[in-house]
Design a protein around this ligand. Structure first.
Ligand code: SAM
Length: 236
């Protein structure tokens, strides 16, 4: 269970109403039961249910069971698409070890706003269900051109460019190259990138245009494919 609370042995953690409902209503846990907790900072702890109520409760940390496993410093930048498919992208990015998830508004992005809190909750669920100790932060929707204007040139961009279909990819990493470093994957919207955006990205020294193969993938498939390629080449 993810909690936004410091964790250490002996620490008491008050539960929010929804967490109490899940643990005591859905999972049917009672006082004396044990729960695994993490908070993206202190690692994983086993905690005992010391108070169980309908609207709240308290857990008490008993033992530290795992150190924090930080994901690689990989951001996923993607243009939000339809609701269910955006949810899918966030869920898969959290499962696959993205550190930060940034919905971006490109020229051809239809969404004007996103429900950041809903997407963050999806990231929490995904991290919980795959036994993670870290939940990626989901940022609010930002304009791609503004994000690029303040971009840290040390953060490399794996720019997934669908017009490179058939061309050799140019991610740069070969067997034996150093892994890690600061990276971001960039996936466009249903309509792809505009020519202006493409030119700007191709001109950025830290951006590496890559092809994900000879077929144009749906944006949600492209996000998973790109995360897989990155993890395989540069993940640790
Ligand atoms: N119209 C489809 C849809 O409904 O999702 C296709 C969308 S595709 C244009 C969306 C994004 O996925 C692209 O902007 C690109 O970032 C990525 N993408 C898809 N296929 C790709 C490929 N073969 N190589 C590189 N990137 C690709």
């Amino acid at each position: 269970l993810y909690v936004d609370h410091p964790l250490s042995v002996g620490q008491s953690i008050p539960l929010e109403r929804e967490q109490a409902h899940y643990l005591f209503g859905v999972m049917r846990l009672a006082e004396g039961a044990f729960v695994a907790l993490f908070n993206s900072r202190d690692g994983e702890f086993v905690a005992e249910v010391t108070e169980a109520g309908k609207r709240g409760g308290v857990l008490t940390c008993v033992e530290k069971t795992r150190e924090l496993q930080m994901p690689p410093d990989l951001w996923l930048l993607f243009a939000p698409i339809k609701k269910a498919r955006t949810d899918f992208i966030v869920e898969k990015a959290a499962e696959m070890g993205a550190k930060r998830i940034c919905p971006v508004q490109t020229e051809f992005t239809n969404s004007e706003r996103i429900r950041q809190d809903r997407l963050q909750a999806h990231a929490v669920e995904a991290a919980e269900q795959c036994g993670g100790t870290y939940v990626p932060e989901v940022a609010d929707l930002q304009k791609l051109d503004r994000l690029l204007a303040d971009w840290d040139p040390e953060r490399q961009i794996m720019f997934c460019d669908e017009t490179l279909v058939g061309a050799a990819e140019a991610l740069g990493a070969k067997e034996g190259d150093a892994k890690g470093g600061k990276w971001a994957i960039l996936i466009g919207p249903e309509g792809g990138f505009s020519e202006t955006e493409r030119k700007r990205l191709h001109a950025l020294p830290c951006a590496h245009a890559v092809s994900l193969g000879p077929r144009i993938l749906r944006a949600d498939t492209a996000a998973v494919a790109a995360l897989t390629v990155w993890q395989q080449k540069l993940g640790d």
